[in-house]
Design a protein around this ligand. Structure first.
Ligand SMILES: *[C@@H]1O[C@H](CO)[C@@H](O)[C@H](O)[C@H]1NC(C)=O
Length: 561
């Protein structure tokens, strides 16, 4: 019987091994067998999905640094993506599985040494996954790069910290590092060059890319970086109050405050119970949409027991210039926060709060005393600048969204560019995506086409084939397809040569996207056309700069210097 089974198994393996559509690749963990996927007419590529890159972070491995995967015997079927990491759905349910640390490789050729692009998905550090139904690599793989995506721990499982040696935090960021180590050790077997790795990501994924640029733990694991609509300086991207947050968590669950005991109890708490975290109190009395996220990267204690990802605040590393100097592209969309445009219909109390209490216009992270003269001055300056001090009515919704965009994205990203370029010994490229067309993702999903500009996540379909979002078909001749070709070419040029517009390139309107040098922030506007300029949106951003310099008192936030 045993012999019979062995023969059958060997026979199947041998049969599959001969299948050119299902190649088998040898990895450090064992063999994986991919599938062939379509990228359009006469276009195909291989997908190797759901390869475990770390041990399942379960049981005693919850709230610990990822452990490289121990491997498997036989041929692992890499047809399907692995489970998503647990995340809270809009229906207040947890979906996904804690055994979620999987990586996916997409390549047209497993023989060769092509540049590699590793994607870090977004989702506010609490949601999302690297799967190809959201992030289909159809356009990228056709440009002679190997594309990689992966899952990393989210929410409390990704970022719980006691601020001391018992739970040092940044688990999700360390998953990213572990995934990059897997790429270093394995990508050659898939036709990729481990010495030519570009990391790129959007929103929380953009912030994660920037965190990897800041982290000594990630040094040498990548060679270029692209941060889209998120950096470590955004007010929603860094948790500086982990001790207080961990006490709040203890109170919600009725667990002791003692970090060791709290961590022990949380290690054995079923993930379904983490729904209770929705009752999280906020010590910052600011309206919905302006509150920072709880479970995001933080600074680990320098004497942490396990290797650290980050021990300083992002702003300190940026100002000291002690980050990983690599060619980098950083940018944002022109009206990121357009998703807030119906806020007063959805929750009318938000606008009432602002009307009653204009100090809500003062960025909380500037730490200006409530009720002070400075608070009044900052609030008035913003209201004057953005909507000429009109009352908050639907007439000024767009201007309010622009203010929100600056608060949450554009101002801190602009500052990141300035500080990065100052110290970076490699080129720093700056862009604004402003194209308003038929592929814009969020505007399509939320039916925002009446409003001009590009909202958060709108650029994603210009890089990825997104098949799980209900978008209207775009017909040949639509300018959105041209913009997509340009964007894909800029990004892959950068991944291949470290320069998005190398001189030899003539099919991108012959533009030269120059890196930032000095204070005159050169940038590329990716709109209907590609247009170069300097100091994007400076009329608005100068107002922010000036107010921050004059009034901010914060140990956590610094002016441009
Ligand atoms: C691999 O998984 C896919 C999807 O579940 C399945 O259709 C296929 O038969 C599996 N192949 C092998 C060799 O097990």
């Amino acid at each position: 019987m045993f012999t019979f089974l062995t023969i059958v198994v060997l026979g199947i393996s041998a049969g599959l091994a001969q299948d050119a559509n299902r190649p088998i690749v040898e990895t450090t963990g064992g063999q994986v067998q991919g599938i062939t996927a379509s990228c359009g007419l006469f276009c195909s590529y291989f997908q190797f999905n759901g390869i475990p890159y770390a041990e399942p972070p379960v049981g005693d491995l919850r709230f610990r640094n990822p452990v490289p995967h121990g491997g498997w015997t036989g041929v692992r079927n890499a047809s399907n993506h692995g489970e998503n990491c647990p995340s809270l759905s809009v229906f207040s349910e947890y979906s996904g599985d804690e055994d979620c640390l999987f990586i996916n490789v997409y390549t047209q050729n497993i023989i060769g040494s092509l540049p590699v692009m590793v994607w870090i998905h977004g989702g506010a550090f609490i949601a999302g996954s690297g799967g190809s139904r959201v992030y289909g690599p159809d356009f990228l793989v056709q440009e002679n790069v190997v594309v990689v995506s992966f899952n990393y721990r989210l929410g409390i499982l990704g970022y719980f910290s006691t601020g001391d040696s018992h739970a040092q935090g940044n688990w999700g960021m360390k998953d990213c590092v572990e995934a990059l180590r897997w790429v270093r050790d394995n990508i050659a077997a898939f036709g990729g060059n481990p010495n030519d790795v570009t990391i790129f990501g959007e929103s929380a994924g953009g912030a994660a890319v920037h965190y990897l640029v800041l982290s000594p733990m990630a040094t040498g694991l990548f060679h270029r970086a692209i941060a889209q609509s998120g950096t470590a300086l955004v007010p929603w991207g860094f948790q500086y109050n982990v001790a207080e947050l961990s006490r709040n968590i203890a109170d919600i669950f009725g667990y002791p405050h003692d970090s060791e005991e709290l961590t022990r109890r949380l290690r054995s708490t079923p993930i379904a119970n983490f729904i209770d975290l929705q009752r999280m109190p906020s010590d910052i009395p600011i309206p919905r949409g302006f509150k920072p996220f709880e479970f995001v990267p933080s600074a680990e204690p320098a004497d942490s027991p396990e290797p650290t990802f980050l021990t300083q605040r992002p702003i300190e590393i940026l100002r000291a210039g002690t980050f990983n100097h690599v060619p980098i592209i950083i940018g944002y969309n022109s009206i990121e926060s357009l998703f807030m445009v119906r806020e007063h219909f959805i929750d009318s109390t938000v606008w009432n709060e602002f009307t009653r209490n204009p100090q809500f216009f003062v960025p909380h992270y500037w730490n200006i005393p409530v009720g002070s003269e400075a608070t009044g001055a900052v609030s008035q300056a913003f209201r004057d600048h953005y909507w000429q001090d009109q009352a908050l009515t639907p007439d000024i919704m767009v201007e309010w969204c622009q203010f929100h965009s600056e608060q949450q994205f554009i101002y801190p990203i602009d500052k990141t560019v300035a500080l990065t370029a100052k110290a970076n010994t490699q080129p720093t490229y700056y862009y604004q995506f402003s194209f308003d067309g038929d592929l814009n993702l969020l505007k399509g999903l939320l039916r925002l086409s009446d409003y001009p500009g590009a909202a958060h996540a709108d650029e994603l379909p210009y890089l990825w084939s997104i098949t799980n979002a209900p978008t209207s078909p775009v017909l040949p001749g639509n300018h959105a397809l041209t913009v997509r070709q340009r964007m894909v070419r800029l990004w892959t040029n950068f991944a291949i040569r470290g320069n998005p517009t190398p001189n030899s390139d003539t099919d991108l309107q012959n533009i030269n996207w120059a890196p930032v040098s000095g204070d005159d922030l050169a940038y590329l506007d990716i709109g209907h056309d590609l247009v170069t300029g300097s100091r994007p949106n400076h009329e608005r951003l100068d107002v922010w700069k000036d107010l921050e310099e004059r009034y901010a008192n914060n140990p956590f936030y610094y002016p441009y210097q």
